[in-house]
Design a protein around this ligand. Structure first.
Ligand code: FAD
Length: 300
């Protein structure tokens, strides 16, 4: 990969596509991620990210699958690293590893609280409290190793509809600007289903001086059950029109999947037409929806 290829792609003329994998916990899950990686290998995907489980729970698996996606399937891999579940020392070791192994960068996240925490985030003893602290730590580790910021890209999360814990949207934007000022190169957004929310978010970013690219996060909803699950989990509103369409499919899972894909396709088409730098697909370790969207977009 050439120097800072991720940023070069984000600032270039061709829309950037990134995909998000998660580390599997079962044998069937392991087969699924490999199958998806195989099917997506060689497509025009600027980078692939791999999540870290709530509370840092997937630890070694995130890096193990990050390495696999990189070495066997040749993706530019951006592992997610969370403050949750790690001491500062452990984070330093992980960042040093990523920098020295020449990963193109990473996603700096505070992380979801562990499942048994009652949904309350407490930063680990000797750990970091906010994603901005992790960005600052990563930039410090780069400096110590003589690696320039351009050689190691840092992505952070953005919430078009406000982070659920934030007291108000202005405070959330203030902390987002702070996180970017620590040395982040791009923002990937929480999933959303109404483009107006993204457009408004980008305007508010620019108004407070956030200049980095904002990659919209898109989830092709596979079913009404997943719609309920994601809405409860992320606090994201799903438009009534989309819910009604999904509900009308009843138990016809193929029809529901088509509706989810159609919605995602319209969203992406409008986002790209209105100047979004690309899109980030939450693929849930499934290649089929991503392949279908990529081929439809190529044939527009
Ligand atoms: P932060 O940027 O630290 O913000 C968290 C909250 O604190 C916000 O309300 C913010 O306004 C506030 N805040 C920030 N800085 C300060 C400060 N200095 N002082 C006071 N308040 C502050 N979770 C995982 O566990 N693993 C993953 O792999 C993962 N991947 C994700 C990928 C994307 C693209 C997105 C959008 C989310 C992801 N998450 C993941 C979820 C994320 O960890 C949670 O939403 C978490 O609650 C917040 O993480 P953050 O990095 O946005 O935190």
């Amino acid at each position: 990969m050439s120097k800072n290829q991720i940023i070069a792609r984000l600032e270039g003329d061709t829309p950037v596509v990134s995909v998000e994998f998660f580390p599997p916990k079962t044998e069937a899950g392991a087969e699924q991620i490999l199958e998806a990686a195989r099917a997506l290998q060689g497509r025009d995907i600027a980078f692939a990210s791999i999540t870290c489980g709530a509370g840092g729970s997937t630890r070694g698996l995130t890096l193990e699958y990050g390495r696999l996606l990189r070495e066997e399937f040749h993706f530019h891999v951006v592992p997610h690293v969370t403050c949750a579940g790690y001491s500062r020392r452990e984070l330093e070791e992980m960042l040093d590893y990523l920098i020295e192994a020449k990963f193109p960068g990473f996603m700096a996240l505070r992380g979801d609280p562990p499942k048994d925490s009652g949904g309350i985030f407490k930063h680990p003893p000797n750990g970091l409290a906010h994603a901005s602290d992790l960005v600052a730590l990563a930039r410090e580790r780069c400096r110590l190793r003589g690696v320039s910021a351009e050689d190691f890209s840092i992505g952070v999360a953005g919430y078009p509809g406000k982070h659920p814990e934030s007291s108000d949207a202005a405070a959330d934007m203030h902390w987002l600007a702070h996180k970017v000022a620590q040395g982040s190169d791009f923002i990937t957004t929480q999933l959303f289903f109404d483009n107006a929310v993204y457009f408004d978010f980008v305007v508010r970013c620019r108004e407070i001086g956030i200049k980095v690219p904002v990659l919209p996060g898109i989830l092709p909803l596979p079913s009404i059950a997943q719609a309920h699950k994601f809405s409860a989990f992320s606090g994201v509103t799903i438009p009534v029109a989309l819910m009604e369409k999904l509900e009308s499919c009843g138990s016809d899972s193929e029809a529901a999947e088509k509706i989810g894909l159609e919605w995602a396709f319209s969203q992406i088409s409008e986002l790209l037409a209105c100047g979004a730098p690309g899109f980030h697909l939450y693929i849930l370790n499934r290649a089929k929806p991503a392949l279908s969207l990529l081929s439809r977009l190529a044939n527009r």
